[in-house]
Design a protein around this ligand. Structure first.
Ligand code: NAP
Ligand code: MG
Length: 497
């Protein structure tokens, strides 16, 4: 519980906050070896927040050395699982103790509403404790071989894991890597997005305070082309866990092929459809969830429901309800507890979103609401919730990931056309179908080529369930017990008896 309830109180606390922009290597805060820094500004109002260490190859080398040394020493990788569990549970509880501080950092550096940022911190703690609880309940296997042998199939931590993450969930995306990677006994070098280094650095410090041995978790802020690439090409990094755009995800596959054949796991983008059929059960509920699914986090969500594929016979009715459901999503001050939609992460992203809105206009889609920058006087970056209707699925605004609060509505004539349009995309992250007919719901859920399918709801998830990927939305999954497999090596041991 927090006593802080209004925007002014949060803003005052934000001003009093102290934080570091240094790298965290072997549990020590250090500047970049080169001394280079980059300026981190807040999308809330444009103010400068910090000078952040601009890590490059040398810093990544040092972090990987620290990670390898910790791994080889065994102070984490070879301790009893229940000891790792104890420290990770302590880490999770300290994250909750620091909830407001971490949430303030997230809001300051990426502009999401403070309540959403608090929810993100809760989810981070839940993720870390989920893997802490799981790790001492995992068994190996005994092989079905002849009686003259005993064969063991064991899982060992892979070694040094590089985690490269985006800015939209500055703490949760790292946590989805850290939970299973640390839980399995690996050491990690984390490069957070250049837009959101501050909360990740603080998270690393909290892990150190919880007793994670030096070198087990290192944080190297910096740019993708330098620090990110150095991780991708490093000869002593065993696994990369990446979340971000498909374009950069493919670069990591190349880096691996051109270096040490490290395993690469990718969670990339989406252009996820809500398919609303003529027999959808409750159009008001559907409208509210569709709005939340595209305007939540200002649309900067990999599984945002950015396409609405609707049966033409109910198109106008649904649009009326959707316009009403969109009203509460007008952008506002992220420190105001009632604000549902905050800022866009930075000026580049703002320009990108506005350029897609121009493209939608140019392609002949009809702008039903929004379309403009908002709150420009604040000095921050805000966009109105925007809906294009009468679009076709081949338009740029129906094919490319905008990563902003822009919904593209595509009318179709029947369920088959709806499924065809839904699958007509290079992505396969999420999809939803809204129908009363249970057989049709199952048939369509099967036909949708997406890793996460929702029926009569949108964007539901739980740490116990895989966040799965089809097509060019990625390789591998985050969350759930299965994510641990990304960060272990299977070993077969044959003992002659
Ligand atoms: P991004 O530009 O691909 O960046 C992701 C990470 O890769 C950042 O840390 C970035 O560093 C780094 N990077 C950039 N260029 C690189 C390069 N040449 N070599 C090595 N690393 C490089 O993505 P973003 O703009 O941060 O995030 C938005 C994207 O993430 C969207 O496509 C979204 O769908 C996706 N996403 C997917 C999921 C999922 O679970 N499937 C979840 C959240 C977001 P810089 O910060 O310096 O660019
Ligand atoms: Mg980037």
């Amino acid at each position: 519980m927090t006593a802080t309830v209004d925007a002014t109180a949060w803003e005052t606390r934000a001003e009093q906050l102290t934080f570091s922009g240094d790298a965290l290597i072997a549990n020590e805060l250090v500047p970049a070896r080169s001394g280079e820094v980059f300026e981190k500004r807040s999308p809330v109002d444009g103010r400068t927040l910090a000078q952040v260490a601009s890590c490059d190859t040398e810093d990544v080398d040092e972090a990987v050395r620290a990670a390898r040394k910790a791994f080889d020493d065994g102070a984490w990788s070879r301790i009893a699982p229940r000891e790792r569990k104890r420290i990770l549970l302590d880490f999770a509880s300290r994250i909750l103790d620091a909830k407001d501080e971490l949430a303030l950092l997230v809001t300051l550096e990426m502009g999401k509403p403070i309540g959403d940022a608090q929810g993100e911190v809760d989810a981070v703690a839940q993720c870390i404790s989920y893997y802490a609880e799981a790790l001492d309940k995992l068994f190996g296997e005994i092989g079905p071989t002849a009686p003259d042998s005993l064969t063991l199939v064991t899982k060992e931590p892979a070694g040094v894991v590089g985690a490269v993450t985006p800015w939209n969930y500055p703490l949760l995306m790292p946590a989805w890597k850290l939970g299973p990677a640390l839980g399995a006994g690996n050491s990690v070098v984390l490069k957070p997005a250049e837009q959101t280094p501050l909360s990740a650095i603080r998270l690393g410090q909290i892990a150190a305070e919880a007793g994670l041995p030096p070198g087990v978790l290192n944080v190297v802020p910096g740019f993708g082309e330098t620090a990110g690439q150095a991780i991708g090409r490093h000869m002593d990094v065993d696994v990369v866990g990446f979340t971000g755009s498909g374009e950069v995800g493919k670069l990591f596959l190349r880096y691996a092929g051109e270096s040490n054949m490290k395993a690469v796991w990718l969670e990339c983008g989406g252009k996820s459809p809500n398919v609303v059929l003529a027999d959808a059960p409750d159009l008001d509920d559907a409208a509210a969830q569709i709005a939340a699914g595209i305007f939540g986090n200002s649309g900067q969500v990999c599984n945002a429901g950015s396409r609405l594929i609707v049966d033409r016979s109910i198109g106008d009715d649904l649009l009326d309800r959707l316009l009403a459901a969109t009203e509460p999503w007008q952008p506002g001050n992220p420190f105001e507890p009632d604000t549902r939609m905050g800022a866009i992460v930075d000026e580049t992203q703002l320009e990108r979103v506005l350029s897609y809105i121009d493209a939608g206009r140019g392609e002949g889609a009809r702008l039903a609401t929004g379309g403009n920058r908002a709150l420009a006087d604040s000095g921050g970056y805000y966009v109105e919730p925007t809906i294009f209707t009468d679009a076709t699925n081949r338009m740029k605004i129906a094919q490319e990931e905008i990563f902003g609060p822009v919904l593209t509505v595509i009318p179709v004539d029947d369920p088959d056309a709806a499924v065809a349009a839904a699958n007509d995309t290079t992505y396969g992250l999420a999809a939803a179908v809204w129908t009363r007919d249970i057989s049709r719901a199952h048939r369509i859920a099967r036909a949708l080529r997406a890793g996460n399918v929702y029926v009569n709801t949108y964007d539901r998830g739980d740490i116990s369930l895989p966040f799965a990927t089809f097509k060019q939305s990625g390789i591998g999954i985050d969350k759930s017990i299965h994510a641990i497999d990304k960060y272990v090596r299977i070993k077969t041991t044959w003992i002659s008896i």
